[in-house]
Ligand binder design. Structure first.
Ligand SMILES: [Mg+2]
Length: 493
């Protein structure tokens, strides 16, 4: 949320030089300006971060291929955009997405996989053969760092993995080593913030050496090492050479300078980042990631949050990251031999008890309503049943709950079909019906997940209609859209 706020605050003056901002400093959340957005709408930084977040959640893991698919959806269809379109995209990101699309086509030709299936590729062997590195050395823009936060938020309980994945998450679109290490270093700081390290600990020169175990055996690039040594600690800021430019080194320095000099105020820091000028929204979005993690949700100015576009949706995704990240860490607890395994939830992430799985009640069948007129309707049901669960026609015609369950069963994947008693007796399973058909094929949730996970059900309520759909088209289409099913006509490039 801190990142999204920084993005929205800086959007109206993106590309304005420092001189302009000295004369007309940003003091508040505003609409208009560079992109003519409504007050609170965000730009590419947040859209890409939301793509990354939904990928981590839907795949329940770090799958760079799926991240790229979602970036492509954003570029082509405006997926996760605050306006329904991709209206701003960095040159390097654009180039990498085009390269990714080309790699997809080549892979489809080589393997004879239909191109329409390529976006939903989930076979581990296929994924391991696909080259996800769509950029090259020398591409060192800030576009990789601006979207980073979901990775450390998801994996922070296993810092070594979080740092490694952070580097890869940047490198797939921005191939330079400096980008890789900027993302690793910044992710480590966000992890430190989530572990309640003090600002002094985060910003002291020994932070990298103190936490070197997180970085594996790859040393930091010398330019990032300089930043780690404190190159951004310049009292006069812009006059001392701090710049809010698109180069990854400048961007990282500028964001850290704002954090270092913000007098423990998110509001002051984010405005300092913006008023450096140039790539205002991105400098502020990068600042907002660390500052948001460090100060917490409650420190974000309420009058700004009130206008934040998609606020409820972003909050819901944040909770979902906590939920899935925690599940992930439980199944990977010893993966990196990390002795500092940290399972303490930071204050800004809401109380874990809210997400405790609820138990589906074991219910005894009370299906006895008679309806002997309905043999025809029951036919549909019968044909959708797995062979080992076919019912006698008497059952089918006499049992109303069985009939109600018809639409659910037929939407289930074959290996997740339930015995009819399993779903006809359980209300949550039936409620999950509307969710299931909206799921992408690469989201491998079982019916147990769907019924046990309140968050999934809550999300159906929380996705704001119109936000992620192509219009005010109602919940079903919103969700098709959220999970990557688009009307063909919506492609604009
Ligand atoms: Mg932007």
């Amino acid at each position: 949320m801190g990142m999204a706020l920084g993005d929205a605050l800086g959007a109206c003056v993106e590309f304005r030089p420092h001189e302009y901002l000295t004369a007309h400093p940003v003091k508040n959340l505003m609409g208009g300006g560079t992109w003519g957005l409504e007050k609170g709408q965000f730009t590419d930084d947040t859209s890409m971060a939301l793509c990354l977040a939904t990928s981590l959640i839907a795949r329940r893991d770090f799958v760079p291929y799926d991240q790229l698919v979602r970036y492509k959806w954003w570029y082509q269809y405006g997926y996760m955009s605050s306006t329904g379109k991709c209206f701003d995209i960095g040159a390097a990101t654009r180039q990498s997405i085009i390269q990714f699309e080309k790699n997809q086509k080549d892979f489809a030709n080589k393997t004879s996989i239909p191109i329409d299936y390529m976006d939903f590729l989930c076979d581990p062997n296929c994924l391991s053969e696909f080259n996800v590195y769509c950029s090259e050395a020398g591409v060192a823009g800030n576009g990789a760092l601006m979207r980073l936060a979901p990775v450390p938020l998801f994996f922070y309980r296993n810092p070594k993995k979080a740092v490694e994945y952070a580097g890869i998450s940047g490198k797939i679109t921005h191939g330079d080593d400096k980008v890789y290490d900027a993302c690793r270093f910044y992710a480590a700081l966000i992890i430190g913030a989530l572990q309640h390290k003090s600002k002094n600990e985060l910003l002291k020169e020994t932070f990298y050496t103190d936490n070197k175990i997180w970085f594996g055996d790859k040393d930091l690039h010398p330019d990032i090492q300089k930043i780690s040594d404190g190159s951004y600690k310049k009292k006069r800021g812009y006059e001392d050479g701090i710049r809010g430019k698109g180069y990854i080194i400048s961007a990282l320095e500028a964001a850290l300078w704002a954090f270092w000099s913000d007098e423990d105020s998110f509001e002051k820091g984010v405005l300092k980042a913006i008023n450096l000028g140039d790539d205002t929204d991105t400098t502020a979005a990068i600042y907002g990631q660390l500052a948001g993690a460090y100060y917490g949700y409650k420190a974000l100015p309420e009058e700004w949050l009130e206008h934040m576009y998609g606020k409820r949706f972003i909050k819901c995704l944040s909770k979902w990251i906590v939920y899935e990240g925690e599940n992930w860490s439980k199944s990977h607890i010893y993966d990196d031999g990390d002795t500092e395994h940290n399972d303490v939830l930071p204050e800004e992430i809401p109380d874990r008890s809210r997400f405790r799985r609820f138990t589906v009640h074991t219910m005894v069948s009370k299906a006895s309503d008679s309806n002997n007129d309905n043999q025809n309707i029951a036919t549909t049901y019968q044909s959708s049943m797995p062979k080992n669960d076919r019912r006698s026609s008497e059952d089918l015609t006499n049992n109303k709950p069985l009939q109600a369950a018809t639409s659910y069963q037929s939407s289930m994947s074959k290996n997740d079909r339930k015995p009819s008693q399993g779903f006809s007796d359980k209300k949550p399973l039936q409620r999950a019906t509307s969710y299931q058909p909206c799921m992408p094929e690469n989201d491998l949730r079982s019916s147990k997940d769907l019924t046990d996970n309140k968050l999934i059900q809550e999300d159906l309520e929380l996705a704001p209609p119109g936000t992620y759909s192509l219009g005010n088209s109602g919940r079903r289409q919103t969700h098709n859209y959220l999970f990557g099913k688009f009307p063909k006509s919506s492609k604009h490039s």
